[in-house]
Design a binder for this molecule. Structure first.
Ligand SMILES: [Zn+2]
Length: 385
């Protein structure tokens, strides 16, 4: 029997095997709490969805039945996913999940509750969750996602079974783009490299010339900063790029989700929505709105990632290291810069990018974060010594 819900996941054979073994124990002894850890882009929430589908599906994840389709369309009534747009998950949000966990199932065999970014819980909030994990109700499965095990309280950790994901390699990402999306190998490899192995971002770069243009624009703006006033102008431009990026990725995702929800219920795209589905569509639209705030933050984060890639390239040139450069389109500029600047300066800039990430996460206003960061990128040209 094949289990296509796992096919989409890239480079995680160990994790998939571990979860398939758990699913094979249905219905008697599926562990009630899981912790999926791995870096951003490793596919934690996709894995959580596949696991949820495999739990609900009579064939352990066929990918075809209504149970599987509903889970994949984020529309399964017994699968809840908490996606927060806030820096911290509120205690009310977790209380709501806990009370939902005590409701009986409607169409599925399990009640599955997924918490993305479970590392964003304060201790008080974690304790509300802990109580639920300590007294597991029957047929309830919790899936927490976080960057690493150490991001959660030891008391929570001790209740969960850990599944660790790794970041897929550039070749794995490229192969996926070729096989699944029909992208030419050259473009697929380049996109994987530019996206620093992040699958979703690599796909967008491979499939959208607009996304590629936005990335080139980011590089151009970052390389053009020569004094304080151009740093301020650059910050504003970068915020604009992040906004356009966020809009494009939200629009694309929104349309896809709507489409898969329609397909899950066998409604044609041009057909009028049956009244009994209207509530579900409303909920979907509300979730999408909430996600838009988060999309801008992701767009800004991508700018940080692009900036990091520039300065890592610069460092590689300064150290004459034998590594593949990410930003070959600006290699000449970078080589020139490498001659006139020191590794210490580059390290200081990479630290500043890291700091900007933390400031953004702690809710400092986005333009202020970008302005402060851009002053670190001021480059007055190579002055002959
Ligand atoms: Zn199925």
């Amino acid at each position: 029997m094949s289990h296509p819900v796992w096919d989409e996941l890239l480079g995680q054979p160990e994790a998939i095997e571990q979860l398939q073994r758990a699913v094979a124990d249905k219905p008697d002894s599926v562990h009630h709490a899981w912790l999926f850890t791995g870096p951003a882009g490793s596919g934690r929430s996709n894995l959580a969805k596949s696991f949820a589908a495999a739990l609900q599906c009579a064939e352990d994840g066929c990918g075809q039945c209504q149970q599987c389709r509903l889970v994949q369309a984020d529309a399964h009534p017994d699968v809840s996913m908490l996606v927060t747009d806030r820096v911290v998950i509120s205690i009310e949000e977790v209380r709501d999940l806990v009370s939902r966990s005590s409701m009986s199932t409607t169409v599925g065999d399990y009640r599955v509750i997924i918490i993305e970014d479970a590392d964003r819980m304060a201790e008080r909030t974690s304790n509300v969750l802990l109580k639920a994990l300590e007294e597991p109700a029957e047929k309830v499965v919790w899936i927490l996602c976080a960057p690493s095990v150490s991001d959660l309280l030891p008391t929570i950790r001790s209740r969960t079974r850990n599944v660790n994901l790794r970041l897929p390699s550039i070749d794995e990402v490229a192969t996926l783009l070729v096989q699944r999306d029909g992208v030419a190998m050259d473009l697929a490899r380049k996109s994987a490299l530019l996206a620093q192995n992040h699958v979703g971002m690599a796909r967008r770069l491979a499939l959208s010339s607009d996304a590629r243009a936005r990335r080139s624009e980011t590089l151009r703006v970052l390389m053009s900063i020569s004094n304080l006033s151009s740093a301020m102008v650059a910050a504003e431009k970068l915020l604009g790029v992040a906004k356009r990026d966020a809009e494009a990725s939200s629009a694309e995702k929104d349309a896809q989700e709507k489409d898969s929800l329609l397909r899950a219920y066998g409604v044609a795209a041009d057909e009028k929505l049956p009244p009994n589905l209207r509530a579900q569509f409303k909920e979907l639209e509300e979730n999408q709105k909430r996600r838009a705030t988060r999309a801008l933050r992701d767009g800004i984060d991508r700018i940080f990632t692009d900036a990091e890639s520039i300065y890592r390239d610069l460092m590689a040139l300064q150290l004459a290291a034998e590594v593949e450069l990410v930003n070959t389109e600006i290699e000449a500029d970078l080589s020139q810069r490498a001659n006139g600047t020191s590794v210490e300066q580059t390290i200081a800039i990479l630290d500043a990018i890291n700091q900007a990430r933390q400031r953004l996460a702690s809710n400092v206003r986005d333009l202020l974060v970008l302005e402060a960061l851009c002053t670190n990128f001021i480059y007055r040209g190579n002055v002959a010594a």
